[in-house]
Write a protein that binds this ligand. Sequence first.
Ligand SMILES: [Zn+2]
Length: 283
Amino acid sequence: MNFITLDLEWNQPAPGCKTVHQLTTEIIQIGAVKMDEDFKIVDQFKADIRPRFYPQIKQEVQQLTGISEQQLQSGVEFPQAAQQLQRWCGQEFALITWSHEDVPVLRKNLAVYGMDDAWLPDAYDLQIIYSIQQLEKYQQTALFKAMTQMGMEPELAAHDALHDALYTAQLCSKLEMRKGIEQYEAYYKESLKGRAVATKVIEGYKAPEQAHEDDALRQFGCPDCGLPLQIEPWEKEKGVKRTAKAQCPQHGDFEIRLRLQPRRNKTLRARAALYRIEEDENA
Ligand SMILES: [Zn+2]
């Protein structure tokens, strides 16, 4: 049984570009690293993928990944890369990813090409194993930050699929992976505590102030009893981000976090998320 870390880089439709087959994330690079039962690295896989649906690589993606349109021209088509990956993975393997997004994105891309995804298992999210073991609670953490916190010195550029897969693999060797995998279900349940318990998305704001003034974004019911939470005014965070304290007299403290995202036609999309605040959080 091998363990495989997987990382993907993807592109999104350029502003004004139509979404094809409801595909919002087109994979442009696959990186993977194979480890033996003792989490020793034994092989690696990398493929650059020539995009079919969104050939124009968004500037943010180019900046983040360093991947250029020119580079992808010499890549392979997605179906070929996916077949190579499947063959390379072999028969018996478990997948490990940093965060939970990669496998669903891969499934969606396979589906768009009418390809089978039954060979692809769900992945263990190393971010969960890392944060439960090292931070004792779930916390979204960047891969780079986690490595630094583990005393590792990342020397390769981040956001290259193979580099990130290598880093994920190296991180495995620093964690109690056997325990993490055996107790994954309990870890997963524990991790839910650090995630948003409810979210609310409203589109079409013309300016940040309009969203900040919209009470609809701040109204949440208590997830335990359903009664409206008592909510304090927004506090300013970085830029247009806002947070607000909220409380249920019965069920404790919560926090609402508001983020605004620019959309086409210069409107804003607002996402308000409700988090449970653990009592020891500020301790
Ligand atoms: Zn309540």
